[in-house]
Design a binder for this molecule. Structure first.
Ligand SMILES: Nc1ncnc2c1ncn2[C@@H]1O[C@H](COP(=O)(O)OP(=O)(O)OP(=O)(O)O)[C@@H](O)[C@H]1O
Length: 665
């Protein structure tokens, strides 16, 4: 061919700043783009073979080689796929790749960050110029009689084409890295990026560092190699390093191929058959666990998993794992990795994956996903919505199925999976509808029950109230009282529980969640007869209210005197459910500057008229020690409900010592 020189309709002054802006954070994606192109070139040839268009030699074995040279600062991408003829280079590279990149950049140059397309798909071959000053292509088409072509371009604006020297079918792309991008020719950096994007690509990828010192072989290794020589075809590439390709392409699914590679010669750095692509019936428990460890580097075993496998009406495969929670930090943080035909796109794409599912760990491969559209377009895409609904449905089906047929495990996992389920109910109405009958709660005996079950068992004493505990230790006094009275309570210790119960109340107005320390219902009290008894109680209340307010120097303290059945209880604090929830909300939203009192006086000091100490105070209100007893009673009541603040604690301890000294007198 004649040497050809041309100019690409791209103005470097415009395009580079745009590319830089676009790819600034992850310009490593050129690895993915060039390896994807290589993989596509192989897939195309495989298709031609299946169609009978091309007959490949028996020893043909598809592969992609990535060769870095830290000394030359180059990276080569070599495939033995379809290759390109001169005309094809003109069409696909000079026109399509370049105009494609220009159109793409033009479309997105004014967009804000939110408008980014997922994983910057669409730049393709052109992304090489992000990191390289000069790019060359050497290619030989599969077609009979094709001649090899050499193409090169500096800066991506002008190109030169001439006859090439490549003698084997396929394409070799060489990047001469620019000064800012030398890091990518470093073996570890390059491998890291390839592993990130290409771990599961469908064609074997072999990685070589052209400058790695040649290891001295032991006699044993040399003998072993000699034995296998008859099946290894040695192909010397231009970097001067021998790369080996095993002869026998064992089977289309590559199972045997991988075994061959494992036993002899270098191994591919990717797994061409990710577990999600297999049929669930063919996967073992150990394989699921191993895949989880490998992909998420989490050495805690997952609780269980869901294998998504759908061909119609869209193609979607994936595995979602329910991780064991790290209760120590109480953090819910998952990762859903999105793939497109085994090529990694990005983590946690919220436009495709329902937000609550991001608490899980998993992989989803959806080849039909439109990727070269903006994120907001994706969000409004009906097809994407269907995908997201499908995933939600599958998760809900798995969980409800487990409840129905394997309740024992469902209960065993409940503490770990319930924050996820509750979050899902809060975020997704459809999920809530599907899950609402399968929400359970741990009760005071440590059994798991549903709200209807709780209500049925406690109807008589609790009425419409559902009592709950948020802190078993702090609320133990109240728990004891409830147990004595035979009233059950549910244990709700997670942050998600407050918004969750609020939602349940909104769904059913006959259910009121009341924390165990909110109030004493009539069940705990003796009946007070109208007349003399009621009058005495009123007098006691007035006297004691005045006394406690004065002693404690709390003008607005609410005091109630009740005839509690348990005479041992002297004083307790109750905390109105409503104002406590408001206060909790303020804390949650960091509204510290606001006055908690604005939601009403939430704390009430309850004194037990049946308790001897309380009666002693009433009868000896002017006695010398009474103020001290009042203070102590108040602190004890507080203590059984929340930790004392520093100053109060100091006073409490010194007063306790004083009281004990009095006992010795
Ligand atoms: N290694 C290769 N072997 C054969 N053809 C190639 C190779 N790399 C690129 N091409 C050709 O160049 C074209 C343009 O590549 P480019 O990566 O810019 O876009 P694309 O792959 O079509 O789309 P995108 O990368 O945006 O998904 C490809 O469609 C393909 O025909």
């Amino acid at each position: 061919m004649n040497k050809e020189h041309g100019s690409l309709s791209i103005n470097s002054e415009n395009i580079f700043p745009i590319i830089k802006k676009w790819l600034y954070s992850d310009h490593d994606i050129f690895f993915r783009e060039l390896i994807s192109n290589a993989s596509d070139a192989v897939t195309k040839l495989k298709k031609l073979e299946v169609m009978g268009e091309v007959s490949l030699p028996d020893d043909n074995r598809f592969r992609i080689d990535v060769i870095v040279s830290p000394e030359d600062k180059t990276i080569k991408f070599i495939d033995n796929g379809i290759g390109m003829t001169e005309d094809e280079v003109k069409e696909y590279i000079n026109q399509i790749a370049f105009s494609g990149a220009a159109a793409f950049l033009d479309q997105y140059k004014d967009k804000t960050n939110e408008e980014q397309i997922i994983g910057h798909f669409g730049l393709g071959f052109y992304s090489a110029f992000m990191v390289a000053d000069k790019v060359t292509i050497d290619t030989l088409s599969w077609k009979d009689g094709a001649e090899s072509v050499h193409w090169e371009s500096e800066q991506g604006t002008e190109f030169e084409m001439s006859a090439g020297t490549k003698t084997t079918r396929g394409t070799e792309i060489t990047l001469y890295l620019n000064e800012d991008s030398y890091e990518f020719s470093n073996e570890y950096r390059a491998k890291e990026v390839i592993e990130k994007y290409c771990s599961f690509m469908p064609v074997e990828i072999y990685f070589t560092n052209a400058n790695a010192p040649v290891e001295e072989k032991t006699t044993e290794e040399a003998t072993e190699e000699a034995k296998t020589e008859d099946i290894i075809d040695v192909d010397v590439d231009e970097a001067g390093k021998a790369s080996e390709s095993e002869e026998d392409e064992a089977s289309e699914d590559g199972t045997e191929t991988e075994e061959v590679a494992e036993d002899k010669g270098p191994k591919p750095i990717n797994n061409t058959h990710p577990l999600w692509a297999k049929h669930p019936n063919d996967c073992t428990e150990e394989e699921y666990k191993e895949f989880y460890r490998h992909v998420f580097h989490d050495y805690k075993e997952p609780l269980f998993w869901i294998h998504l496998n759908m061909d119609y009406p869209f193609n979607l495969k994936g595995i979602l794992y329910f991780p064991k929670l790290n209760t120590e930090y109480d953090q819910l943080e998952g990762t859903i990795k999105l793939y497109n035909n085994q090529v990694f796109i990005a983590d946690n794409i919220k436009e495709v994956i329902p937000e609550f599912l991001m608490l899980l760990k998993g992989v989803i491969d959806c080849p039909d996903l439109p990727l070269n559209v903006s994120r907001s377009a994706l969000q409004n895409d009906g097809f994407v919505k269907k995908i997201s609904d499908y995933i939600t449905k599958k998760v809900a089906d798995k969980l409800s199925g487990m409840y129905k047929v394997d309740k024992e495990n469902y209960e065993k996992y409940w503490d770990d999976i319930s924050p996820f389920i509750k979050f899902g109910c809060l975020k997704d109405e459809k999920f809530r509808e599907k899950m609402k009958e399968f929400i359970i709660f741990k009760n005071l005996e440590g059994k798991y029950i549903s709200i209807p079950e709780y209500k049925e068992a406690n109807q008589e004493k609790a009425k419409d109230n559902v009592y709950y505990v948020t802190d078993m230790q702090q609320q133990s006094q109240y728990i004891n009282l409830f147990k004595e009275e035979g009233i059950d309570a549910l244990i709700l210790t997670h942050n998600i529980d407050q918004p969750f119960i609020t939602q349940l109340e909104q769904q059913d107005e006959k259910t009121h969640f009341v924390r165990i320390d909110a109030d004493f219902t009539d069940t705990f009290k003796e009946e007070v007869k109208e007349g003399e008894e009621a009058d005495t109680l009123k007098t006691k209340t007035d006297t004691l209210t005045e006394l406690f307010r004065k002693v404690l120097n709390k003008e607005k303290l609410e005091v109630k005197v009740e005839k509690l059945k348990n005479a041992n209880v002297s004083s307790m604090i109750t905390l109105s459910e409503e104002s406590r929830r408001m206060q909790d909300m303020m804390k949650m939203y960091n509204m510290y500057g606001m006055d908690p009192g604005m939601f009403g006086n939430s704390e009430t000091l309850v004194l037990n008229a049946n308790n001897t100490l309380v009666n002693y105070i009433f009868e000896h209100k002017d006695s010398e020690n009474v103020p001290m007893i009042c203070e102590q009673l108040y602190d004890l009541a507080l203590l059984s409900h929340k930790p004392l603040e520093a100053e109060a604690m100091t006073k409490f301890i010194s007063r306790s010592n004083q009281i004990m000294s009095l006992l010795t007198e």
